[in-house]
Design a protein around this ligand. Structure first.
Ligand SMILES: Nc1ncnc2c1ncn2[C@@H]1O[C@H](COP(=O)(O)OP(=O)(O)OP(=O)(O)O)[C@@H](O)[C@H]1O
Length: 364
């Protein structure tokens, strides 16, 4: 028994969404090709969940949402949430507590008119796929949080939605179960060719599940491109920080980045003019640390350990990764940080990438 749609039946999602609230305006346009996953990233309050809400029919919007040629929302037409064939999966599994696990999985197929026997067979096939073959008769509350989320993902996919929306589906999981469930979700999205939109705070999720990313900041799309391009050449400070770079903000004076009273040398990356607000990015391995001299003197905000090396984070934003065996300064102490080969971008350049997903830049 198949547990997903037939090949080549994935749907294309096209969305142009404007949400106008008194204190928040969101404007976003994107396409998700059939069977693809679009990851939406952005700081808290950027509007990520608002986009999902608009797609699901839970948030008032203007613009247009289409699935293939079917209009879901365009001002004149507003298909109610339950008739959109768009499923929403959130942090919490929200399984039906009064139904067994098997009945939860069979619910979607039954709602679509499958016979009881067919729906049960689909549910049992999903139980095998998510490696929980023996829990069909259990109530969901007997399962761990991670197991419940596996069932919730399977329940969403068993209903064969045209589009699956995922709002931080791994955020409530413990560190042990999250990697397994991340991999399972990516595998099942690909296998079932389900078109999906994944809101996440992790760039690694985009690498694992999505072929495209959209980065939002304060309701505006600031980047739309591939996970590889976001990682290699982030154009927005938020994305750069997600990709693990040190990020330092300042003003470009025509030859260097001015940060307070300090001047940092960097390589210009893109259009930039003297006086522009700008930010520099550099990997922590290329930032040196000294007690006596360097480019910028800043207080140590925090220490962390990555792959066996200590990283020293400054209040200025620069992060230095220390060579093995080097003693770090204590948090609160001042030290000199010097970036080598820092790239400097105009802060405004973040919003100049094409707003149309299909025309997004290739990796640089
Ligand atoms: N129901 C609502 N009514 C009015 N304003 C709202 C509502 N829900 C969210 N907002 C506001 O809309 C803006 C965007 O919120 P949204 O939840 O979409 O951001 P987000 O990017 O998903 O954030 P987070 O990462 O914190 O979940 C915020 O300013 C938020 O306060």
């Amino acid at each position: 028994m198949a547990t997903g749609r037939d090949p080549m039946t994935g749907r294309t999602l096209r969305a142009q969404i404007t949400v106008d609230r008194p204190s928040f305006v969101l404007s976003a346009q994107f396409d998700v090709p059939a069977g693809d996953c679009l990851a939406i990233l952005g700081p808290n309050g950027a509007g990520k969940s608002t986009i999902l809400g608009a797609l699901a029919g839970l948030v008032t919007m203007t613009g247009e949402i289409r699935i293939d040629d079917r209009i879901v929302d365009d001002g004149a037409t507003h298909v109610p949430p339950e008739h959109r064939r768009i499923a929403l999966l959130e942090q919490k599994p929200r399984l039906f507590p009064h139904l067994s696990v098997r009945e939860n999985l069979a619910f979607g197929p039954r709602s679509q008119g499958r016979s009881r026997r067919e729906a049960r067979a689909i549910a049992d096939a999903w139980l095998e796929r998510i490696e929980l073959p023996d829990v069909g008769g259990w109530r969901p509350t007997r399962l761990s949080g991670g197991q419940q989320q596996r069932v919730a993902i399977a329940r969403a996919l068993a209903a064969e939605p045209d589009v699956l929306l995922l709002d931080e589906p791994f955020a409530a999981l413990d560190a042990e179960s999250a990697p397994t469930i991340r991999r399972m979700l990516a595998d099942e999205l690909a296998r079932t060719e389900t078109t999906s939109v994944l809101v996440t705070h992790e760039l690694s999720d985009a690498w694992q599940a999505a072929s495209r990313c959209l980065v939002l900041d304060a309701g505006t799309v600031v980047e739309q491109t591939t996970p590889a391009a976001l990682t290699a050449s982030p154009r927005h400070p938020f994305t750069a920080a997600l990709a693990g770079y040190s990020v330092v903000h300042g003003t470009w004076d025509g030859g260097a980045l001015v940060v307070g009273d300090d001047v940092l040398l960097g390589i210009v990356d893109g259009d930039i003019a003297p006086g522009d607000a700008a930010f520099g990015i550099v990997v922590p391995q290329d930032v040196t640390l000294s007690a006596t001299s360097g480019a910028i003197r800043s207080r140590v905000r925090a220490l962390s350990v990555h792959s066996g090396r200590v990283r020293v984070e400054s209040e200025a934003g620069l992060v230095a990764e220390l060579p093995e065996g080097t003693a770090p300064p204590a948090a609160g102490e001042r030290a000199w940080f010097t970036p080598v080969g820092m790239r400097v971008r105009a802060a405004r350049a973040a919003s100049t990438r094409s707003p149309v997903l299909v025309a997004a830049d290739p990796p640089e």
